[in-house]
Design a protein around this ligand. Structure first.
Ligand code: ADP
Length: 266
């Protein structure tokens, strides 16, 4: 609580008084802390791959270069780390554009099914290789939605890639699209993966929040995928939620308003 006192004196009446302002700064402090944590996280996330790149380059300089097999391996690691930095910067830029509302959404009337099929096809090879069954179920009378196709593609890509990343070989993933009780179009991505402990669920949409940092990094994650998906869904006036049973599986679902007719491109 921030308290400010302003003494006042009413000359004519020879009276004295005081204006006391009590201001609840809890929210402001929380936002301040969030901003500081974010900067610290970004610095840390960028420094980690840089440190790796530097140490591998030093090893190459110190002689690893003369062993072609070793050199090839070290170069591969440095490239992977550079790729991770690129991904991280792309994700950060996108979040910053979403925050400042600089991104224009090209919303139009679209059918969800072909988009879901496209995303499922994109991951089908990877899933087959790891014996993960990936199935798409769509309700036959799914209404059209009013959405930015590319952005929605990204939401689906982030969520399905998480399901693939965090599901061990031999598991299964289902993408389900239906209308919910309120008439909203609902897309759910369910997996039989490693799950998320209950204590982490409430913070999982926060930027850089990860259950297992090392695991996420080793799988190429940036820790921003869910945050970006949430921003995009909110820009479509939808809701996104996650439910999970630790060591059993996860369900991420989001809603989108159906086309009610008469909407124009935004
Ligand atoms: P990341 O790049 O780390 O995957 P995300 O923002 O996409 O970042 O997800 C944040 C964290 O949420 C992940 O690091 C992981 O701990 C957890 N998570 C997300 N999706 C799943 C899932 N389907 N199964 C298990 N854990 C998940």
């Amino acid at each position: 609580l921030k308290v400010t006192y302003t003494p006042i004196k009413l000359k004519e009446e020879n009276m004295y008084g005081m204006v006391i302002v009590l201001e609840d700064v809890t929210e402001q402090k929380r936002l301040d802390q969030q901003r500081k944590d974010f900067v610290a996280n970004v610095s840390h996330e960028l420094r980690t791959p840089l440190t790796t790149i530097k140490s591998y380059l030093e090893a190459l300089e110190d002689g690893a270069m003369d062993e072609p097999e070793l050199a090839r391996r070290f170069l591969k690691v440095t490239r992977q780390e550079a790729d991770r930095m690129t991904r991280l910067i792309q994700d950060l830029l996108q979040l910053s554009h979403l925050d400042s509302r600089k991104i224009t959404f090209h919303k139009q009337q679209i059918s969800l099914e072909p988009l879901l099929q496209e995303v499922a096809d994109h991951f089908s090879f990877q899933c087959k290789e790891r014996c993960i069954s990936l199935t798409l179920y769509t309700h036959s009378k799914l209404p059209q939605i009013f959405a930015d196709r590319d952005k929605l593609h990204q939401v689906l890509d982030n969520l399905v890639s998480n399901a693939v990343k965090y599901t061990p070989d031999g598991g299964s993933i289902a993408i389900v699209a239906q209308t919910d009780t309120q008439g909203m179009v609902e897309v759910g991505i369910a997996d039989t993966g490693i799950g998320i402990p209950k204590k982490d669920l409430g913070r999982i949409f926060e930027r850089f929040y990860r259950v297992d940092k090392a695991r996420s990094r080793s799988l190429g994650g940036t820790g921003l995928g869910l945050a970006i998906a949430q921003e995009i869904v909110h820009h479509h006036e939808g809701e996104i939620e996650i439910d999970s049973i630790y060591k059993k599986g996860t369900l991420v679902s989001f809603t989108l308003p159906p086309v009610t007719g008469g909407k124009k491109d935004e």
